[in-house]
Design a protein around this ligand. Structure first.
Ligand code: SF4
Ligand code: SF4
Length: 296
């Protein structure tokens, strides 16, 4: 682990690695990428209340990235994909919640003096910048983290703990892509930066409770999407040949193109296991209908 402080802790005659090294071992066993632990002071705090509600003083973060891309999720001429690639497997929140439960079960008894909390998606910090500082990759003009092996097809999460890391004077640099501009040039909504993405990105529009206007419907038809948008990822040269995820969880139970009949046949539990479920049945159902429904 380059530059990381490794403390050997002796407990009841057992020699344990430091907490983050032990967490890394569990996470890498699950094929999740781990960054170098960085001080929390290096991170932009975006939700202070989430940090304030912790029952410990947070001091450091280990960023993690779970790759999800598989060629099977791309679809084919016979089965055209209508979901963003991230939404084709089961919901990644479930993956992280199972992973974090295992991490807690294995590490909490060994490190009773260490307090930690795990986050994915609902993060208190700016994850992309923190992940780049932690050495996991560079920030693309698309606003996404781009890793060497898996491109931008990764889900980010983090372990925040009360451990102090880093040496005085150590710097943590953000790396950026070379700015070729392909992502912004290809964006169907002409988003030019991350702030734009929040307001008018097609991915956000397909997930909005607000019914799509005619312009959005036209974009959805043109891009062939009922949920999400991958255009800025697919045109990025760093995503030309990503490695497939070694995480079997993301290679099973794929749904490339949901149908109205298929949705109706899903139990609530099955429905809740999909990434498009967080807005309820009505939003994805509305989008399917808008694109012609099962007649299409
Ligand atoms: S996801 Fe699609 S709409 Fe959103 S910024 Fe990327 S290319 Fe543009
Ligand atoms: S398409 Fe070009 S500018 Fe956009 S993220 Fe990829 S390398 Fe950066």
């Amino acid at each position: 682990m380059p530059n990381a402080r490794v403390i050997i802790i002796c407990m009841k005659n057992k020699v344990l690695p430091d907490f983050y090294a032990a967490a890394r071992a569990v996470l890498e066993e699950a094929s999740v990428l781990c960054g170098e632990p960085i001080p929390l002071s290096e991170c932009k705090i975006i939700s202070p209340h989430k940090l304030n509600s912790l029952d410990f003083l947070p001091r450091s973060v280990m960023m993690i990235a779970a790759p999800y891309y598989s060629r099977a999720a791309e679809g084919s001429a016979q089965c055209r994909r209508t979901l963003s690639l991230y939404a084709v497997p089961r919901d990644y929140h479930i993956f992280f919640s199972e992973l974090f439960a295992e991490l807690r079960e294995r590490l909490a008894p060994l490190y009773p003096g260490t307090k930690f909390a795990c986050f994915a998606d609902n993060s208190p910090i700016g994850e992309v910048a923190a992940a780049s500082k932690a050495g996991l990759g560079m920030i693309g003009e698309s606003g996404l983290l781009i890793t060497k092996r898996f491109g931008s097809f990764v889900f980010l999460g983090e372990i925040i703990s009360d451990i102090e890391v880093g040496n005085p004077g150590k710097t943590y640099d953000i790396k950026r892509c070379d700015g070729c501009g392909r992502c912004t040039a290809a964006c169907p909504c002409e988003c030019t930066d991350v702030a734009d993405k929040k307001n008018r990105c097609l991915s956000a529009l397909t997930q909005s409770k607000k019914d799509p206007d005619e312009e959005t419907l036209e974009l959805m038809r043109r891009e062939g999407t009922v949920w999400g948008c991958d255009v800025c990822q697919l045109v990025c040269p760093y995503n030309e040949n990503p490695e497939e995820t070694p995480i079997q969880w993301f290679r099973r139970d794929l749904i490339l193109a949901p149908t109205e009949n298929g949705l109706a046949a899903m139990t609530d539990e099955e429905f809740r296991s999909r990434a498009f479920a967080w807005r309820g049945r009505s939003v994805i159902g509305r989008n399917l209908k808008a694109l012609g429904g099962d007649e299409n």
